[in-house]
Design a protein around this ligand. Structure first.
Ligand code: AMP
Ligand code: ZN
Ligand code: FE
Ligand code: FE
Length: 282
């Protein structure tokens, strides 16, 4: 069983349509793939309708959060009811504020001399939840930086960078609570991704575990070996399963589908706790 529990489509900042993503997932030899676009479930239907034989689709989302220390983090929610009003409203708030914030970042880029246009960023986002990777793509097109990751620097869009603007983020504890209240399960995405900015304390992970976290993403491109070992220890102490996933973004990142995978027992343990929607298979 090859299980990849974290991917992005054009519903957020990935470059493959949801239908293409599930086709590629099967082609890559995956048995299970989770679609986890930022703050949206907009890709669920298309992915479900295009589901190839032999592939199980776990419907999910990656929620933009902030902890009590003011540190940004990402919470994966799986198998929640997309229509549960409170959580749906929270995702909508984040998506709406993403637009304001992306516009503000474009203005800052322009003020810094980058010849980009908001209208072009809207085209690039193509109706998906707009984010820094879309602004980054505009910067690449304008020849300001060589590639998308070249825009995630202090000069441009990195956290705290010259053109960076904060967005509204959900309290992490609230996100865990809302995901569960909507029948889903919460897994802490890449808690130790320290190249992106400050990362959460162990105390925050422990407190979220006490709120009902169902797992911790450990095998991820942005975690080095020491980080993985530490998170594995922490998870073991908390009695939580760990996951591995690609965090695939199509051509906006170099990582390929199935680059990291999740152990089938951990997958079962996590998904067995959900009662919102079920994993989908033909
Ligand atoms: P946002 O949610 O708009 O703040 O943008 C965050 C997204 O940017 C995340 O999904 C990351 O995958 C992506 N990202 C962060 N750092 C990098 C990087 N160095 N290169 C490419 N993408 C990145
Ligand atoms: Zn992303
Ligand atoms: Fe993330
Ligand atoms: Fe992600």
């Amino acid at each position: 069983m090859r299980i990849d529990l974290h991917t992005h489509s054009t519903a957020s900042d990935g470059t493959d349509r949801p239908a293409e993503l599930v086709r590629l997932a099967r082609e890559a030899g995956l048995d299970v793939v989770a679609l986890t676009d930022h703050d949206t479930t907009d890709g669920w239907r298309e992915a479900a309708e295009a589901l190839p034989d032999g592939l199980t689709l776990v419907r999910g989302a990656e929620i933009s959060c902030i902890d009590d220390d003011g540190i940004s983090l990402h919470m994966l929610g799986y198998l929640f009811d997309p229509d549960e009003p409170e959580f749906a409203r929270a995702r909508e708030l984040v998506r709406t504020d993403r637009v304001r914030r992306a516009r503000a970042m474009v203005e800052r880029c322009i003020a810094l001399g980058a010849p980009i246009r908001w209208e072009r960023v809207v085209e690039i986002a193509g109706g998906g939840a707009v984010g820094r990777p879309h602004v980054a793509t505009a910067l690449v097109e304008a020849g300001v930086v060589a590639d998308v990751s070249g825009a995630f620097t202090p000069e441009w869009l990195k956290d705290g960078g010259r053109a960076f603007v904060d967005k509204y983020e959900v309290s992490a504890a609230e996100a865990v609570r809302m995901i569960q209240a909507a029948g889903g399960v919460a897994v802490f995405a890449h808690p130790g991704a320290n190249k992106r900015g400050r990362t959460v304390s162990d105390a925050t992970i422990e407190s979220l575990a006490a709120q009902g976290l169902a797992g911790i993403e450990v095998d991820h491109l942005d975690h080095d070996d020491d980080t993985r070992a530490h998170l594995r220890d922490l998870a073991r102490g908390l009695g939580l399963p760990t996951t591995g996933s690609s965090d695939y973004h199509g051509s906006r990142k170099t990582v390929s589908l199935g680059r990291y995978t999740t152990d089938p027992d951990a997958y079962e343990a996590i998904m067995d706790r959900a009662r919102g929607v079920a994993p989908l298979a033909l």
